[in-house]
Design a protein around this ligand. Structure first.
Ligand code: BES
Ligand code: MN
Ligand code: ZN
Length: 496
């Protein structure tokens, strides 16, 4: 929607103020927009005060004030500010304005939201709104014209919060651009090249496990799932190391991302158009890369963070792995493959084993577009959260509330779920052929590859990684879901 968005102290541009339902402007808002016409505009019937409802007051033929509704004061949260800012951003894009002052410090204070937190929410929303990906347009369609937007606020802390919000959005937008990239370009080795590029730009360390090394490291899932494709699988490892020696010695947080660059289902082929959109089966990994970006450029926590992307293409050929195969993992667990379309858990298993054995982590969070079942259960409103460690779950739920990327807890460790994954020929199956608890089955499978004493959280993002409509902060397409939640989480762990 914009060519670029920056925070700039130059030029006021359009002044934007906010009001709560049934209320006029507070003192600070009046100071930002003192003109009589503004109070008059608020009396118009269209000024309902609903979140994101906009009325405009023309001060003279060249300048106007935008008044945005913020809903009920008692219900105003950072998410309300994101929604309102997105509505304002959409209006500014339509009117092709190039500068705006979002003078929302008064309402934020009234709602009890810290100015920096409010600014960050606003920056996130406008930054997310600015995402576009024209790279794959050709000569038959015109490139849409977009303006460069400069934003500021009426409060110093809020303005620096806006800068942070834009930086977080940059991480999310990186994840979205990777998601959008088609599977004939975005192969596992292309993803590795993007990770290397990110590492070079932000000072992260990158390592790729590929080729023969996959064999020596016994990456059973990646080798088998990736066998049928010319685009060879790899494990991508990124590391953020903090500055101080003491912080370096701390145990790392490990972020694991399912990175299936295309999911045909393999020999258990996807039918009835279910394959369309499976270029986005890499979005767990994309979210991890987005988070590594914000970690390296903005959060810079006092403990190491490792990102692990299990990257493979799930394809068919005479070399494909098959239903009935039994495969043996590095930790000794054997798996009977009952369905080659339950491939995500097979590659994640390698990354989880590696995380526990090699990284000695303080905690592991994995993100995966793992099951259609979670879409049935939760729709696009919440991601499925599987975590039986109270402390880690509490922290993830807090980060979800703060970021607006919502999660809902589902179970996985009941003995009946573990029994469901038992195999008559190997230790476990990768999928039980019944129709029960598919999202939970995925988590119950993964639990076999995590050490009991390592806090672990699995997020099934199959319902939330793409937006269906052009509304709010998102246009229809990838949401980069997870980058913001992880950013908020790591910041909270840093302060803990
Ligand atoms: N990548 C899919 C899950 C998915 C479905 C993501 C729809 C996004 C939208 C996953 O690999 C898959 O195929 N899961 C199967 C598992 C089943 C065969 C046990 C599913 O959920 O149907
Ligand atoms: Mn699949
Ligand atoms: Zn998949």
């Amino acid at each position: 929607m914009f060519n670029s968005v920056t925070v700039s102290e130059k030029g006021k541009g359009v002044v934007v103020v906010g009001h709560f339902k049934g209320q006029g402007l507070d003192r600070l808002s009046k100071r930002a927009a003192p003109q009589a016409g503004v109070a008059g505009a608020l009396k118009r019937k269209e000024a309902t005060g609903d979140v994101g409802r906009i009325v405009e007051a023309w001060i003279n033929p060249r300048s106007r004030v935008i008044i945005v509704g913020l809903g009920e004061k008692s219900a105003c949260t950072p998410q309300t500010l994101r929604d309102a800012a997105a509505a304002v951003g959409r209006r500014l894009a339509a009117s092709k304005d190039d500068a705006a002052t979002l003078a929302l410090s008064g309402p934020a204070a009234q709602a009890g939201i810290d100015a920096a937190v409010a600014g960050e929410a606003i920056g996130e929303a406008i930054g997310l709104l600015s995402w576009s990906c024209d790279e794959f347009r050709g000569s038959a369609t015109p490139k849409p014209e977009r303006t460069d937007l400069a934003i500021r606020s009426d409060d110093r802390a809020m303005t620096s919060g806006m800068k942070a919000g834009l930086q977080i959005a940059a991480g999310v937008n990186l994840a979205r651009t990777l998601s959008q990239t088609p599977p004939n370009i975005a192969t596992p080795s292309w993803m590795a090249a993007q990770a290397r590029k990110l590492a070079r730009a932000t000072g992260l360390k990158a390592r790729i496990v590929e080729g023969d090394e996959l064999e020596t490291e016994r990456m059973t899932g990646l080798i088998n799932v990736g066998k049928a494709s010319e685009n060879k699988p790899c494990l991508i490892r990124l590391e953020y190391t903090p500055k101080s020696a003491k912080a370096r010695a701390a145990k790392p947080l490990v972020l694991v991302g399912k990175t299936i660059t295309y999911d045909t289902g393999g020999l258990s082929l996807k039918i009835n158009n279910m394959m369309v959109g499976m270029k986005r089966d890499k979005d767990g990994g994309c979210a991890v890369l987005g988070a590594m970006h914000t970690i390296a450029t903005l959060i810079k926590p006092d403990f190491p963070v490792v990102g692990l992307l299990a990257a493979a293409e799930n394809c068919i050929s005479d070399e494909a792995y098959r239903p009935d195969d039994v495969i043996r993992y590095r930790n000794g667990v054997t798996v009977e493959v009952t369905n080659t379309d339950a491939e995500g858990r097979l590659v994640l298993a390698d990354a989880l084993i590696w995380a526990c054995e090699v990284e000695k982590p303080r905690a592991i969070i994995d993100l995966a577009t793992l099951t259609g079942g979670v879409i049935t259960a939760l729709g696009s409103t919440y991601a499925g959260l599987f975590c039986d460690n109270d402390q880690l779950r509490g922290a993830v739920e807090c980060a979800a509330a703060g970021s607006g990327e919502l999660v809902w807890r589902l179970p996985y460790s009941h003995a009946e779920y573990r029994d469901m994954m038992k195999s008559p020929v190997a230790d476990i199956v990768n999928s039980n052929p019944n129709r029960k608890a598919h999202a939970t089955q995925g988590a119950a499978f993964l639990a076999n590859f995590v050490h009991k004493d390592v806090p672990w959280c699995h997020l099934d993002i199959a319902g939330v990684h793409v937006a269906e409509k052009n509304a709010g902060m998102y246009i229809d397409g990838p949401t980069g879901w997870g980058t913001r939640l992880l950013t908020h989480l790591i910041r909270s762990m840093n302060h803990a």
